[in-house]
Design a protein around this ligand. Structure first.
Ligand code: ADP
Ligand code: MG
Length: 456
């Protein structure tokens, strides 16, 4: 029934299989062959006992959710056990499973766990004022910025604050994608549109996430416009988020985008390194990790390799904590390098740190023995045909297997210029794509290094 979610779960399951010890995998995950149900962006997995459920929740759930966020944004896993499902309390339990409340808000997104820095200080300040004084501050509030920088968090913090401080007001959070789907569904039922628009009639605070998804959806835009007009004329607060400035949205009617700009526009930018470290510290505290026992060097390392967005930063930290938990190892920077080598899209300047020097040494050893040439010659500028070939094969492996930059490879080969390396790499790549012999040589070298030859 839930094909998409099932496929995603099976992919994640496979990922866990590669990552976990065989016994752990077979006990906890192997039996889960399907999703149990999907509700409110939550994917339910059914396990045999409360014990297994608790273990998964305690040790693996954050990692599973991290993997999930790469496939389905804003979804999360919920683990339920058969015992719970069959108990008379099950209905009660079912309700408490949901992390979101009636307004659609996730209670974890609050001001108190939103870490402020230069990149979001102004947005945060205005958001707190709005949460307190509603539309009298500005209406609508339009929050924009790149993915993973905290727009949803800040918007929901406004909603959670209002729900708490003014419980009589009806606050409603909706993702634009869901607004669109609901609207399309409404069209398929008699009287559906009326029911749809009535849903928004008594709303006091409307939070609409990712309005860029209105682009090119003409009918939905018209309906949205009507709701927007009605609520804003009544002085009801509207908060919107988007991945762009309102004026940069295309294929949305200008009467709508111009209204988006009527109130206040708040941009959120990328956090600088100090801010990223502060965010990591806050997340560690939330995870119950003692900051004194967490090396500064490791914090610095994670903050350096994840410099593009907070979701990735948070994900890297969770992966690392998960890794330390599974392998029962300490929070050293070496372990962080190992844990994160496959999980994050590293920026160009930090790729190099992931090729351990022993591996580089190993390639040089294996290649020189394999081609029966002297290692000094391999590293030299000799133009002898067989030496050039072996050297270029090294470039090829170092680039494709270890993601090294051409400059880094150049520095290994006695300071060769990166353009020389790139040229050599391209020569070999051509050879590799056209000759079985080159492929065979790469495979043999990898095999002798103890690597899987199919992973290049
Ligand atoms: P966006 O909506 O901009 O794509 P989100 O609001 O979903 O980003 O944020 C991604 C993740 O990063 C969430 O888990 C969120 O809690 C976290 N996050 C974002 N900004 C902050 C912040 N300033 N302090 C703490 N956590 C943050
Ligand atoms: Mg978002």
């Amino acid at each position: 029934m839930y094909n998409l979610e099932r496929d995603v779960w099976l992919k994640i399951k496979e990922n866990l299989r590669c990552f976990l010890d065989k016994d752990v995998y077979e006990t906890y995950f192997e039996p889960i062959n399907d999703v149990y149900k999907v509700e409110n962006n939550e994917i339910y997995l059914l396990v045999d006992s409360v014990f297994i459920k608790n273990r998964i929740e305690k040790i693996y759930l954050s990692k599973m959710n991290l993997l999930l966020s790469k496939h389905l944004k804003d979804c999360s896993f919920v683990v339920v056990s058969r015992d719970e499902m069959s108990s008379p309390e099950s209905n009660k339990n079912k309700l408490s499973f949901s992390k979101t409340n009636a307004s659609g808000l996730n209670p974890n997104y609050t001001f108190s766990n939103f870490v402020v820095g230069d990149s979001n200080r102004f947005a945060h300040h205005i958001a707190t004022l709005v949460a307190d004084k509603l539309a009298s501050v500005a209406n609508p509030v339009y929050i924009f910025g790149d993915v993973g920088l905290g727009k949803t968090h800040l918007m929901q913090a406004i909603g959670n604050y209002i729900s708490y401080s003014k419980p009589d007001l009806k606050t409603l959070y909706i993702r634009t994608q869901d607004f669109f789907t609901e609207y399309v569904k409404a069209g398929s039922k008699p009287g559906g549109y009326e029911v749809f628009s009535k849903h928004y009639d008594n709303v006091d605070v409307l939070l609409v996430d990712d309005v860029q998804f209105l682009e090119s959806k003409d009918k939905t835009q018209i309906e949205f416009f009507k709701i927007f007009e009605k609520l804003s004329n009544e002085g009801k607060l509207i908060v919107l988020t988007s991945d762009r400035k309102a004026s940069d949205l295309t294929n949305i009617m200008t009467r709508l985008t111009s209204r988006f700009e009527w109130g206040v526009s708040l941009d959120i930018n990328k956090p600088d390194k100090t801010h990223r470290i502060n965010i990591l510290c806050a997340k560690l505290k939330q995870e119950g990790v003692d900051l004194d026992g967490f090396p500064k060097e490791t914090l610095d390392f994670i903050a350096s390799v994840c410099d593009s967005n907070i979701r990735e930063l948070e994900g890297a930290l969770k992966t690392f904590l998960f890794y330390c938990n599974v392998y029962d190892c300490d929070y050293s920077v070496e372990n962080a390098k190992e844990a994160l080598k496959n999980n994050i899209s590293l920026n160009e300047s930090t790729k190099d740190i992931f090729a351990p020097t022993q591996e580089i040494k190993k390639i040089l050893d294996v290649v020189s023995t394999y081609f029966r040439i002297n290692q000094d010659a391999l590293l030299s500028s000799s133009r002898k045909r067989e030496i050039v070939y072996a050297r270029q094969l090294c470039f090829y492996i170092l680039r494709n297997k270890y993601n090294l930059t051409f400059s880094k490879i150049g520095s290994i080969f006695n300071g060769k210029d990166h353009t020389t390396v790139m040229h050599g790499y391209q020569m070999f790549e051509r050879e590799y794509n056209s000759s079985d012999e080159a492929k065979q040589n790469v495979e043999n070298v990898l095999r002798k290094m103890g690597k899987n030859p199919n992973t290049i």
